[in-house]
Design a protein around this ligand. Structure first.
Ligand SMILES: *[C@@H]1O[C@H](CO)[C@@H](O)[C@H](O)[C@H]1NC(C)=O
Ligand SMILES: *[C@@H]1O[C@H](CO)[C@@H](O)[C@H](O)[C@H]1NC(C)=O
Ligand SMILES: *[C@@H]1O[C@H](CO)[C@@H](O)[C@H](O)[C@H]1NC(C)=O
Ligand SMILES: *[C@@H]1O[C@H](CO)[C@@H](O)[C@H](O)[C@H]1NC(C)=O
Length: 284
């Protein structure tokens, strides 16, 4: 009898403990989801997209004195007109023509750098060193980098969540923007042009990449003198400049352009990033 009561008591205690633990877990889950929902809502409303775009635009203009002719409010208005009220899968590249024409920036000949599957290291490099300029270092690219946006048919709102993903459709709101901006950047390419490709993947020159499908096709041999590919390798067993996909790249280029390829270890680039005093040309 004593023994039985003791067992019941123990069971009750265990029961209470488990229930308390469950309640605590539920509370934590609730708190986290509330926090996620709240911060999401704050971060992702159309208003905050507008704020982000305008503040990035102003930052860029402040840090690059040459571009003070741009009106950030106007850039937002022209940007919005490209997609607001439209089906997010029905925004073709030419919807951004007015935006591109509003932000015409003089190219920096001999410094333009294209990239494919090397975004991180490339931007680490251009951030620290003034050797190259990528699309994301121009006003338009700097403003839009990493952002998501779309409109909706029959609505004048701007959305940053619930938009289709990149591969859902051809005339995708954000994809069309980058395709259009990349085309403009490539059309303007002049002098000695560079491209950083990834030597650790199966095809460094991937036919479906923006670089292969849009940029290379728009290079103008009358403005450009050469294309230098920097093939970034991580280990010594990566791809070399003899890779068949790079032969395809060479075939696509106007024969008037001088083509060259240099294999560069990622560690060499990192070395160069951390020694800003070395000359750009001495990096590799
Ligand atoms: C302009 O300023 C931005 C923001 O500080 C910077 O990231 C970018 O590299 C600058 N661009 C040029 C061309 O100087
Ligand atoms: C994408 O837009 C272009 C230009 O308006 C159009 O010709 C094409 O049919 C569209 N493609 C799809 C799949 O909607
Ligand atoms: C090359 O691509 C691989 C796979 O996507 C990635 O892990 C690696 O960081 C890339 N290398 C560089 C230098 O960006
Ligand atoms: C959207 O339309 C409504 C109703 O016509 C209007 O009150 C509102 O100001 C508009 N919002 C924007 C962002 O244009």
């Amino acid at each position: 009898m004593e023994n039985e009561r003791f067992t019941i008591k123990r069971r009750k205690t265990r029961c209470c403990l488990i229930m308390g633990l469950c309640a605590l877990i539920l509370l934590v889950i609730l708190a986290i989801s509330l926090w996620v929902a709240f911060s999401h809502k704050q971060y992702n409303s159309g208003d905050s997209l507008k704020e982000t775009i305008i503040s990035r635009c102003q930052t860029f203009i402040q840090n690059n004195r040459t571009s003070s002719a741009y009106d950030c409010q106007k850039i937002w208005t022209v940007f919005e007109q490209a997609f607001v009220g439209k089906d997010p899968c029905n925004v073709p590249t030419d919807a951004y023509d007015s935006l591109i024409n509003t932000i015409i920036q003089d190219p920096i000949c001999n410094k333009m750098l294209f990239w494919s599957k090397t975004k991180h290291i490339v931007h680490e490099f251009t951030e620290k060193r003034n050797c190259f300029q990528t699309l994301e270092d121009t006003l338009l690219g700097y403003i839009m980098d990493g952002l998501t946006w779309c409109g909706k048919e029959g609505s004048n709102e701007t959305f940053t969540t619930g938009c289709p993903s990149w591969n859902d459709c051809v005339n995708h709101t954000v994809k069309s923007f980058w395709n259009r901006a990349s085309a403009a950047f490539a059309e303007a390419a002049c002098g000695d042009v560079s491209a950083m490709l990834n030597g650790s993947i199966a095809t460094p020159f991937t036919p479906t990449s923006i670089f292969a499908s849009i940029e290379v096709k728009r290079f103008n041999a009358d403005k450009m003198r050469s294309l230098t590919v920097f093939l970034v390798t991580q280990e010594n067993d990566g791809k070399s400049c003899d890779d068949p996909s790079l032969k395809n790249l060479q075939k696509e280029l106007d024969p008037k352009l001088k083509y060259s390829c240099v294999s560069v270890a990622k560690s060499t680039i990192q070395e160069c990033i951390s020694h800003p005093d070395t000359a750009c040309g001495a990096c590799w």
